[in-house]
Design a protein around this ligand. Sequence first.
Ligand code: RB5
Length: 145
Amino acid sequence: MKIGIGSDHAGFELKEFLKDALKDDGYDVVDYGTKVKKSVDYPDFAEKLVKGIQSKDIRMGILICGTGIGMSITANKFKGIRAARCCTTYDAILARQHNDANVLTLGGRLLGDELALEITKIFLETPFLKGRHLRRVNKIKKIEL
Ligand code: RB5
């Protein structure tokens, strides 16, 4: 699966770790930056990545800032994007099963590397359950129009 990853300076180190780990696992990973650890603005990188989803260059994305909150607020402004900030593996399971989230946001200042990787792999591998959840996601899509 082709996925995107992006961060600001506060998520940079976790982004580099996850990018390498996911590539080792066989994912095709597009890095939307930031490419160096100097201070940057998280909305710029959220926008680049979600445009990759909108244009279908990538299927899903991972965005990392200090808390995951700024990335989530920004990503959710864009049509077709359902970004979920996950701090636990259970968040990741339900964000996929119930919400069909297509962007995972993580807090680089909150999560250790291994927990972040576990959350990420679960997010990428858990299918949407559809059924009654599809009806609800369709209502979100109607609000966006
Ligand atoms: C940067 O200091 C920090 O504000 C940012 O990474 C993020 O946590 C915002 O939500």
